[in-house]
Design a protein around this ligand. Structure first.
Ligand code: ZN
Length: 100
């Protein structure tokens, strides 16, 4: 029986995050566990400059369980319209009743 997987899940993964707020650039390790995984989809303040609204953007894997990430801030007045949005291509065709 292997229980090591369970242990790893409790420890979570580390996002080595760098604040992108101009003049800050604070780097910190953010531990993501199943309990706070919501941070990845939401926002958090920088622990140093306390600017709110920072979003975690993973930029690459460093090693196992450790990722590089940026804490990015949405500029005021700029409308983010791009990015990998949710794929809502769930088009179920119900027009299958052919009357041939
Ligand atoms: Zn900062």
């Amino acid at each position: 029986m292997e229980t090591s997987v369970e242990k790893n899940e409790k420890q979570g993964i580390i996002y080595r995050t760098v604040c992108q707020n101009p003049g800050c650039g604070h780097a910190f390790d953010l531990r993501i566990t199943p309990k706070n995984a919501g941070l990845l989809g939401g926002t958090m303040p920088c622990p140093r400059c306390h600017r709110r609204g920072g979003m975690i953007k993973p930029i690459g894997k460093i090693r196992d369980k450790t990722f590089a990430a940026k804490l990015v801030f949405r500029a005021m007045g700029v409308n983010y319209n791009g990015g990998a949005g949710a794929d809502e291509g769930d088009l179920v065709s119900e027009i299958g009743a052919s009357s041939y």
